[in-house]
Write a protein that binds this ligand. Structure first.
Ligand code: PNS
Length: 191
């Protein structure tokens, strides 16, 4: 049975990765599918996010990475997948996720949504939390894979040099990192 794990993944976190790893043990194959959403201004382009996920999951042979637009159930049908995999961190997730699962069921009776409870240590974690911590100079090394942390620190270092001359201890460390990041990367990091 093939499962689709759809999401924004802007960027992938250790919580996402935990879910992908556990999903890859339950299903024959897992396709991590990044939504191409024209209504959102992401920190990373779809291509960058796919690359970040590929690097993070390269040790999992039955995991593929792709992107899609439109309805998730249509994409799942196109991939001949039977399951949408989603994580539940808290009751607040449950309300949103249940509504989404019910909506998807009205669109396709063939596709089942399977929820996995997020591992305890990641129950607070989201891509937004990661971006907020990094934006204010905190360490995110314990929240995302190392190469993703570097990508985010690059954005932050760039923002600091452009908009904020005050250097903290954290930003001094970041200054040694390379700063060649495409402009599209900085869209969300406005002053
Ligand atoms: O990581 P996210 O942002 O929580 O993922 C949300 C996602 C991509 C799973 C959801 O927004 C989605 O499935 N969007 C595609 C459009 C769709 O199928 N809508 C109907 C279900 S509400």
């Amino acid at each position: 049975m093939i499962a689709i794990y759809p999401g924004s993944f802007d960027p992938i976190t250790l919580g996402h990765l935990d879910l992908i790893q556990r999903g890859s043990r339950l299903f024959e194959g897992v396709i991590v599918a990044v939504l191409r959403n024209p209504n959102k201004m992401p920190l990373f382009s779809v291509q960058q996010r796919q690359e970040q996920i590929r690097l993070s999951t390269k040790h999992l042979p039955n995991v593929e990475v792709d992107s899609f637009d439109g309805l998730t159930v249509n994409y799942a049908q196109m991939q001949q997948a039977q399951v949408l995999l989603r994580g539940l961190r808290a009751v607040s997730d449950f309300e949103v996720e249940l509504q989404m699962a019910h909506t998807n069921k009205t669109l396709s009776t063939q596709i089942e949504t399977v929820f996995l409870a997020t591992s305890n240590e990641y129950s607070f974690l989201s891509s937004s939390v990661v971006k907020e911590i990094a934006r204010f100079g905190g360490s995110i090394d314990h929240l995302v894979p190392p190469h993703v942390a570097l990508d985010i620190y690059q954005c932050y270092a760039h923002q600091q040099t452009v908009s904020n001359p005050i250097k903290t201890e954290a930003t001094q460390n970041l200054r040694s990192l390379p700063t060649e990041t495409p402009m599209e990367t900085f869209q969300e990091w406005e002053v």
